[in-house]
Ligand binder design. Structure first.
Ligand code: FES
Length: 111
């Protein structure tokens, strides 16, 4: 079980995220995965619901397909980056846990 960040927690900075791309948060050793598309950032608990393993690689990178789908590196489940719903693979019918965020200047913070 990954912790949820308290409101106001700084999870990362927009300029540190690839565009489009996904990266583990600075907070709690990467407990949250941040997904950037342009100026829009969505966030989810960095845990795949299939086997409870991290969605990001050990170096913090997340695998984004066509800027729309986050792909789990372990068994290949795919998740819609807006809703967190599983769109294919072994986590079918499941979804990611959304973390509401806001941008405050260059910072991405939990709501
Ligand atoms: S742990 Fe993610 S697809 Fe199996």
């Amino acid at each position: 079980m990954r912790p949820k960040p308290p409101p106001g927690t700084i999870l990362g900075r927009l300029e540190d995220l690839p565009d489009p791309g996904a990266r583990a948060s600075d907070w709690e050793g990467g407990a949250v995965v941040l997904i950037r598309r342009g100026e829009t950032v969505t966030a989810f608990t960095n845990l795949c619901p299939h086997a409870g393993l991290p969605l990001c690689l050990p170096d913090g990178r997340g695998l984004l397909h066509k800027g729309e789908t986050l792909v789990c590196p372990v068994h290949g489940a795919s998740f819609d980056v807006t809703s967190g719903d599983c769109t294919g693979g072994p986590a079918a019918g499941d979804h990611l846990t959304a973390i509401p965020v806001e941008q405050v200047g260059p910072e991405i913070r939990a709501l």
